[in-house]
Design a protein around this ligand. Structure first.
Ligand code: ZN
Length: 464
C-alpha cells in the first residue's frame, strides 16, 4: 500500500491520530508484550532506571531525570524516540507538525478550507519529532516558544493570527518529545512561560495572547543538588513532572568496563589493539576511585566519559608505541597510564582546598586503581621467585612507554615461577601481552611495598 499523500487518501486509509503520550504508551506495551527492551545498550539500569521510565511512560507522565554528569540522562531521553511511530502524517509545510485531522495553526486550517481532500500531507519520522536543548541563563522565550514578528505586525496582519509568529524549538516538535538539559539553569521567567505553554496552552508574547494547544511530552534533566535547591525551579513546574527519576553511575567496575568498551571509538589504524582485561579494569577502577575520593568534588560527579576517554587515550599511547617500533600488535600497559592526565584533568574537579595539586591527586588515584586491580586479579600470588631475583641477582627493570615489548621482556630472562600469574593475566605467548603483564606485576609489587621504583627520564626503574 502506498502512503497517503493527501488528506483524502489519509481518511480513506482509515488512519487515526493519537496524542503523543498515547502513542508512546501503546508502542511501549507492544514492546513489553514481545519482551523487547527499549533502552538497549544502557548498561546497569535494568533494575533501577529502566522500570521507572517504563512506568512513567505508561502513566503518561512528563519526566525529570536527576543525576550527576555522565549518567546517560540525555541518552535515555533520546532513546524515548524509539517508542514513537516510524512515521506519522502531518500537514505539508507546517512548521508545527500539525495533525491533518486537527490542525492548530490558521495557515493549515485555511489550506484545508481551500483544498479539502486534496490538501497535501507529509510523513514525519521520530527524528523530526524530537528536540533537545541545554538550558542556559540566556535562553529566551523566543528561543523556546516563539516571537512575534514586528514587521508582519506592522504590515497590518491580524494580531492573533499565528502567521506573525516565529516558532521556537518547542512548537517545532509539536506531537513529539522535547528534552531540556540542566533545567535549573533556565531563568525563572522562562520557566513560567514554559509552564504556561504546557498547562494553559496559551502564551503571552510581547503582550499578544497566542493560543498554542501543543501536544508535547516534556523531559528534563538536572543535577540533584541544583534541582532541590530552593528557588532554582518554580514549584508548579516541579509539580508538572509526574515522574522524578534518579540516575546513577555504574555500581561495579565490570559495568563501567562494559560501557567504556561499548562507547569508545576504536582506533583503527591497521594495528590490532589487544587491551588486557586488567588494564580495562584499571581504567574503570580509576574512575571509581575518583568517585569516592574526598579530594574530588562529588557534587558535579565523575562522568562515565572519564572512563571512555581514558580508555581511548591509553589505547592511543599503546598504538603509538607499536607503530613507532613496528610491532605487530598494540597492548596497553602500565607506562601508558601516564597519558591519562590529558584526558582526566579536565573531567574531574578537585575540591577548592586541593587546587594546584591535580597531578598529585591523579597520581594517587592511578596508584590506588592499579593496586586494587592487582590485589583482585592476582590474589594469592607471592612472586617469591621473582622477588628473590631482584634480591639475589640484582635484577633491575626499566619501564617506559617507549620501550619495545621484546626489549622489555628480555630484562627478566626466564619467567620461572610466574606461569600461573601469567595465565591469570591471559598473557599468552606474544611479547606485547607478556610485557604488559610483567610491568603490571612489577607495579603491583611496588605498590605492595615489595619493590622500589625510581623515576627515570623516560619512565621508571624497578629494583630493590
Ligand atoms: Zn499548521
Amino acid at each position: 500500500m502506498t502512503k497517503a499523500a493527501t488528506l483524502g487518501q489519509l481518511k480513506e486509509s482509515g488512519y487515526r491520530s493519537r496524542p503523543v503520550r498515547i502513542e508512546l504508551r501503546d508502542n511501549l506495551l507492544t514492546k513489553v508484550r514481545r519482551g523487547e527492551g527499549v533502552f538497549t545498550g544502557i548498561v546497569g539500569y535494568d533494575e533501577t532506571v529502566v522500570p521507572a521510565v517504563e512506568n512513567a511512560i505508561l502513566a503518561g507522565h512528563d519526566i525529570i531525570f536527576l543525576g550527576e554528569r555522565g549518567q546517560a540522562k540525555s541518552r535515555i531521553m533520546r532513546d524515548l524516540t524509539k517508542l514513537l511511530d516510524p512515521e506519522i502524517p502531518a500537514m505539508a509545510g507546517c512548521e508545527i507538525n500539525d495533525d491533518p485531522f486537527d490542525p492548530i495553526c490558521s495557515a493549515c486550517r485555511a489550506q484545508i478550507a481551500e483544498h479539502a481532500d486534496e490538501t497535501p500531507i507529509v510523513w514525519l519520522t521520530p527524528e523530526d519529532r524530537y528536540a533537545e536543548k541545554l538550558a542556559t541563563p540566556d535562553i529566551s522565550v523566543a528561543d523556546l516558544i516563539g516571537e512575534v514578528d514586528p514587521i508582519k505586525v506592522a504590515e497590518g496582519r491580524y494580531l492573533s493570527d499565528e502567521l506573525t509568529i516565529h516558532y521556537g524549538l518547542i512548537p517545532r516538535v509539536n506531537r513529539g518529545i522535547f528534552a531540556i538539559n540542566e533545567l535549573p539553569d533556565l531563568a525563572e521567567r522562562i520557566q513560567v512561560a514554559l509552564l504556561n505553554l504546557l498547562e494553559e496552552r496559551d502564551i503571552q508574547i510581547r503582550g499578544y495572547k497566542i493560543r498554542l494547544p501543543l501536544d508535547i511530552m516534556l523531559c528534563a534533566s538536572a543535577n540533584p543538588e541544583d534541582y532541590t535547591n530552593r528557588g532554582r525551579i518554580i514549584t508548579p513546574l516541579k509539580d508538572r513532572f509526574g515522574a522524578q527519576i534518579r540516575t546513577h553511575y555504574p555500581t561495579t567496575t565490570d559495568e563501567e568496563v562494559d560501557i567504556m568498551v561499548q562507547e569508545a571509538k576504536p582506533l583503527d589504524v591497521g594495528v590490532p589493539v589487544h587491551f588486557p582485561k586488567y588494564m580495562k579494569e584499571i581504567v574503570a577502577e580509576l574512575t571509581h576511585q575518583a568517585r569516592r575520593s574526598p579530594q574530588v568534588n562529588q557534587r558535579s560527579g565523575v562522568s562515565v566519559r572519564l572512563s571512555i576517554c581514558n580508555f581511548e587515550t591509553v589505547g592511543a599511547s599503546a598504538v603509538k608505541r607499536s607503530v613507532r617500533l613496528a610491532e605487530s600488535e598494540a597492548v596497553p600497559r602500565i607506562s601508558d597510564l601516564e597519558a591519562v592526565a590529558a584526558s582526566t584533568l579536565g573531567k574531574i574537579e578537585v575540591e577548592a582546598l586541593e587546587e594546584g595539586r591535580e597531578i598529585d591527586i591523579l597520581t594517587k588515584l592511578i596508584r590506588q586503581a592499579v593496586f586494587a586491580v592487582f590485589q583482585r586479579e592476582l590474589r594469592g600470588e607471592a612472586f617469591s621467585e621473582l622477588i628473590q631475583r631482584f634480591d639475589d641477582e640484582g635484577l633491575v627493570v626499566e619501564a617506559a612507554a617507549i620501550i619495545g615489548s621484546e626489549e622489555f621482556c628480555r630484562q627478566f630472562g626466564d619467567l620461572k615461577g610466574m606461569a600461573r600469574a601469567m595465565e591469570k593475566l591471559e598473557a599468552g605467548e606474544s611479547p606485547a601481552t607478556t610485557a604488559a603483564a610483567l610491568e603490571f606485576i612489577c607495579e603491583g609489587l611496588h605498590l605492595g611495598k615489595r619493590l622500589n621504583k625510581t623515576p627515570t627520564a623516560a619512565g621508571a626503574r624497578y629494583g630493590r
